[in-house]
Design a protein around this ligand. Sequence first.
Ligand SMILES: *Cc1c(COP(=O)(O)O)cnc(C)c1O
Length: 394
Amino acid sequence: MMHAHSFQPPPRTLMGPGPADVHPRVSAALARPTIGHLDPAFGGMMEELKDLLRYAFRTQNALTMPVSAPGSAGMETCFVNLVDPGDKVIVCINGVFGHRMRENVIRAGGEAVVVEGDWGRAMDPHKVEDALKANPDARILAFVHAETSTGASSDAETLVELAHRHDCLTIVDAVTSLAGSPLEVDAWGIDAVYSGSQKCLSCTPGLSPVSFSERALEKVTARSEPVRSWFLDLNLVLGYWKGDGKRSYHHTAPVNALYGLHESLVMLADEGIEQSWARHRRNHLALRAGLEQLGLELVVPEDERLPQLNAVAVPGGVDEAAVRARLLQDYNLEIGAGLGALAGKVWRIGLMGYSSRADNILLCLGALGSILSESGHRADVGAALAAAQASLRD
Ligand SMILES: *Cc1c(COP(=O)(O)O)cnc(C)c1O
């Protein structure tokens, strides 16, 4: 006989690049009784979920639903459905997730044309325009709205407009932007967009909301050959999610996970999407005010910064990994390390969803300041906490 014990996770505060803290209301929703995924009561919940996602994405798109897998599957859903073999796709790369988009284009049989951006900066629209001009046969422009690997936000509205002027559809990664900073799917004319449940929605990891415009859906239904993924083929998935009349079995929906997403979206609707953006911004400003007093600087220029992901330059002489290890061990606080070109150079402090709260900011500033002081870096913890408090009161 094998002896095993229930897993009891340590209590943690999640201020990294995701997952973020899950709201207790979401955890409670996850524990509700499982019902059949074809139960009419469940179908009613699915329809509400789609409406709530339309609210969050600011779209009327009929095809708006959660993919039953994490954000990476939402990314893959967009590429495998929209990229026909041979299609030329312009991919913007200014961080880790742009690289993954390129990989997706190639695996879907497309030809990727890369526009290189700088890590820690927004994509330069002029460079994107040059690539669109140089590739008049391109069909799609793909870019990351909120680059979680660097904390930089690109001007999605401008990039989408450029793409349309050159007859390209757009695929936009909004995994970290949804609910954390302004995202206007319809007003900006985004054709296909995907997000994730575990960033600014205060929900558990594992689901990926997506939304496709009519124009994008037309390209999916007019494909020259079947989608190269059975599970992610929207022509099949929609038989279950479409909602007009009979729903047919495609895969068993993650019933309880969807209760959790539904609850998180009910909370978002209660708060108001614009109020959620404002909260993320207010808390970002308070964190920044405190970091300044600790002698720490953000690496992204001010007007390109994401409020929900703060990349902080590691001061000279400080062992960045040792600091993160102590935060976790002594304070149960998780922050993120740098990736790719920023590895070893930055900490990534997330203020996403339910993690974007005053008490988390004060915990993080106090803990980080204390550890830095002990290691000889000049950091005034009292001044940092006072500055954050003052900023929150403004
Ligand atoms: C987190 C993230 C993803 C991937 O989401 P997973 O849920 O980890 O699969 C994709 N793009 C961006 C910008 C992200 O931050």
